[in-house]
Design a protein around this ligand. Structure first.
Ligand SMILES: Nc1ncnc2c1ncn2[C@@H]1O[C@H](COP(=O)(O)OP(=O)(O)OP(=O)(O)O)[C@@H](O)[C@H]1O
Ligand SMILES: [Mg+2]
Length: 279
């Protein structure tokens, strides 16, 4: 359903963020995208919904070439692609319900949305979604009164409100504690399965990726260096993706590493601690 072929992105600064990336997703495929900081993970998913314009190569959603779209055609195509962000990207002063309804903005007319008049069916759909993500009691709360985990649930409901075929997820758990991270990942995976959605989940936490994502794509310096099952992430593959490190306690692949309990890599722990400590 998604075919990325030989994708290149060179930013104006001269950075070659993507150097000929090819990747194919079948309907319902869930892919974990991992790689060191600066590898091009965000650039790749941003090229797919055209928040970033690729320099060359093609991206096809079924038969539709996303790389050449503009104006109304691009807007229409974007409805088919939901996005979930690390920092949630909610409108702070709006309620949970209003934030979820903003996922319908690609469908309602400008004045209609400006006056915040959404069709009843949209409101009913948003209400059902908020129930599904466990936020029924919070519909009228302002976004800035929610915890990180609750905010991400709003972000998930908003992305699904647009009824996408493909979900792009950029580090959904980077600002969350370990338990909430697992709950959010589980929720995303369940919703994808229920709706037969394909998804690309860009994620720093290798252990979490292995736990929830069946297929892993490893990016390094703008190139795909691994595309295979999560179980194949052994020390050799992790070194190919991230470089030399003692990977013995990271991989959940026991055969390859002779280890029992998976322990997150240091950088992930540091990020979590920083996130949990707050500003
Ligand atoms: N808007 C931009 N202008 C110029 N260069 C950029 C821009 N965005 C990203 N880059 C560069 O492109 C490369 C890939 O960045 P990208 O954000 O895609 O990496 P990433 O894998 O998502 O990293 P992280 O894990 O830190 O989020 C980096 O060298 C980065 O500096
Ligand atoms: Mg990124």
């Amino acid at each position: 359903m998604l075919t990325i072929h030989n994708l290149e992105k060179r930013y104006k600064t001269g950075d070659r963020a993507l150097k000929g990336v090819s990747l194919t997703l079948a309907p319902g495929d869930i892919v974990g995208l991992i790689g060191p900081s600066g590898a091009g993970k965000s650039t790749l998913i941003r090229c797919v919904n055209r928040l970033v314009d690729p320099t060359s190569g093609t991206i096809k959603l079924f038969d539709l070439d996303l790389t050449n779209l503009s104006g109304g055609d691009l807007r229409k195509a974007r409805r088919r692609i939901g996005m979930i962000f690390q920092e949630y990207a909610l409108v702070e002063r709006l309620t949970v319900m209003e934030n979820v309804l903003s996922g319908r903005l690609g469908y309602v007319g400008f004045w209609q949305s400006w006056l915040r008049r959404f069709p009843e069916a949209d409101v009913a759909r948003a209400f059902a979604l908020l129930g599904r993500v466990g936020l029924t009691e919070f519909v009228d709360k302002r976004a800035d009164a929610l915890s990180g985990g609750q905010r991400q649930r709003v972000g998930i409901a908003r992305a699904l409100a647009q009824e996408p075929e493909l979900l792009l997820v950029d580090e959904p758990t980077a600002s969350l504690d370990p338990k909430t991270s697992r709950q959010v990942m589980r929720l995303i995976l369940e919703l994808c399965a229920e709706r037969k959605l394909a998804a690309i989940v860009n994620i720093h936490d290798v252990v979490l990726a292995q736990m929830f994502l069946p297929r892993i794509v490893g990016l390094r310096a703008g190139e795909v260096v691994y595309d295979g099952p999560a179980a194949g992430l052994n020390a050799e593959v992790l070194t190919r993706i991230y470089g030399e490190e003692d990977w013995a306690k990271t991989s959940t692949n026991e055969e390859a590493n002779d280890t029992v309990a998976p322990i997150p890599i240091a950088s992930t722990l540091e990020r979590r601690n920083a996130a949990m400590a707050g500003p």
